[in-house]
Ligand binder design. Structure first.
Ligand code: HEC
Ligand code: HEC
Length: 411
């Protein structure tokens, strides 16, 4: 755990119990700004798959009984060597993702802020933690989340789902699930007291046939479940696979999405930045300033969520954010890291203006954010295209749904 000190913002609590891979200081200053430095995410030791693999059905490891069922334009994600995908882990992870016993006071599960029907967001501008504390940022969509080179809105140091998960579990600024030194054992005991869990843990982690819950196994199982949250049946996918055709408006919107530079930051096939698969040679790890704020004429963002600068301390990282996936964007309002943009129409306004308010004149704004003229027709077309990224099957897929029998009070 030597890396704890250098990863302080990421690991707010001394968690000797968690044995997720910690990478070390050499990676901490990594990836910021639009110039991508050497591959923070690709560095070999914790990642299994070879850099050049055939696109479909690559087994992450011999131990894995998992087959990726993916279209040819979506090569499998990288999977940490010490957490190969298995059916049993994904099955266990699904229970844990939906289990409120995992939070300190028993009120919240991951699924409280990540709802399947909203593509695993929650419709809030700010996540609301188990103790009522508001998160400075908006919960993120989790479809195809296994392909991100870094996690959360603006943290170049969080390069695996395993490490990301320690944030909502153990984070204290803000409290999300509120696991801490005082309740950390009690939570494991709650799970151990449920006789249904031992066989699930034992199946997922055969090295412990007794199936005792540990934080290491919890994190690995939930991360495996998250990697299994695959969205590849939107209209965009169906068209790409020759199973559907765009309307004229959608086709024009797609063309505009490319010609208006949206695609520079929201790249196919996930329509986000920082795509990383087994076939990626050099991942894009760039962050961008979109001119949402400019509080001081120097480009300052609000102190509660200033962007990558919070992690790196570098002035040029002010307001830098990862371009999030636009898959299922129709369902994930409000938009941006702080939910400060209510509708897709407003998003287009923002891009047309080349930023928002004083942010338009921010010296830190990306050069791609120049003002553009969008006609009324252009706007309708762009939104029509963005809506082709909605995967109606994904948000109803029983494999991703709450596995617990519905309590009477639940709707
Ligand atoms: C209190 C609401 C809340 C809870 C509970 C919560 N999350 Fe989140 N989640 C968020 C917010 C807010 C963000 C954005 C965080 C940031 O940018 O710092 C986020 C981001 C994420 C991301 C990053 C996605 C990406 O594309 O980078 C993942 C993965 C994630 N959460 C998984 C989980 C898991 C697993 C759990 C349960 C252990 C969980 N979350 C519990 C609110 C929550
Ligand atoms: C310079 C890179 C860049 C370009 C170009 C760009 N985006 Fe973005 N986009 C981002 C970043 C970064 C964010 C997140 C910003 C934040 O939260 O502060 C974002 C956020 C969004 C969101 C909200 C996502 C969410 O989950 O809240 C939408 C929608 C969007 N962009 C659509 C577009 C469209 C449409 C275009 C073209 C007109 C475009 N983007 C061009 C980088 C870019």
């Amino acid at each position: 755990m030597t890396a704890l000190s250098c990863l302080r913002p990421v690991w707010p609590l001394a968690l000797a119990v968690v044995t997720v891979v910690v990478t070390g200081c050499q990676r901490q200053p990594a990836a910021t700004s639009e110039v991508a430095p050497a591959t923070p995410a690709a560095s070999a030791s914790e990642i299994t798959a070879p850099a050049s693999s055939p696109a479909s059905t690559v087994q992450a490891q011999a131990a894995s009984d998992w087959t990726w069922d993916l279209p040819d334009y979506l090569p499998p994600p990288r999977v940490p060597a010490d957490n190969p995908m298995t059916q049993a882990k994904v099955a266990l992870g699904r229970y844990l993702f939906y289990d409120t016993r995992l939070s300190g006071n028993g009120t919240q599960a991951c699924a409280t802020c990540h709802l399947q029907k909203l593509a695993f967001t929650d419709g809030r501008a700010h996540g609301l933690g188990a103790t009522g504390q508001a998160h400075p940022r908006s919960p993120m969509a989790l479809g195809n989340v296994g392909w991100n080179a870094t996690y959360t809105w603006a943290n170049p140091a969080l390069i695996t789902l395993e490490r990301q998960m320690t944030n909502p579990l153990f984070g204290e600024t803000p409290v999300e699930m509120g696991v801490n030194d005082r309740n950390v054992k009690q939570i494991l005991q709650r799970l151990a007291d449920d006789p249904a869990y031992a066989p699930r843990f034992a199946a997922a982690f055969p090295q412990d046939p007794a199936g005792r819950p540990t934080w290491d196994h919890i994190v690995k199982a939930v991360s495996s479940f998250e990697r299994a949250l695959i969205t590849t049946n939107s209209k965009y996918d169906q068209v790409r696979q020759g199973r559907a055709r765009y309307t004229a408006a959608e086709a024009r919107g797609y063309a505009l999405f490319k010609s208006a530079d949206c695609i520079q930051c929201h790249q196919e096939p996930n329509f986000g930045g920082q795509f990383l698969s087994v076939a990626t040679v050099k991942p894009d790890v760039s962050f961008h300033n979109k001119g949402l704020y400019n509080l001081d004429g120097q480009g300052a963002y609000p102190a509660e969520s200033p962007g990558v600068i919070e992690i790196t301390g570098k002035a040029s990282d002010m307001g830098m954010y990862r371009a999030p996936t636009l898959r299922n964007i129709e369902l994930t309002a409000p938009y941006m890291h702080d939910g400060s943009v209510a509708t897709l129409g407003e998003v287009i306004d923002l891009y047309a203006a080349g930023g928002r308010g004083a942010g338009k004149d921010s010296p830190l704004k990306s050069p791609l954010l120049r003002p553009r003229h969008f006609s009324a027709q252009d706007r309708t077309d762009l939104i029509a295209f963005l809506k082709t990224l909605t995967d109606h099957q994904f948000i109803r897929d029983p494999r991703y749904s709450d596995p617990f029998p519905a309590a009477p009070k639940k709707s």
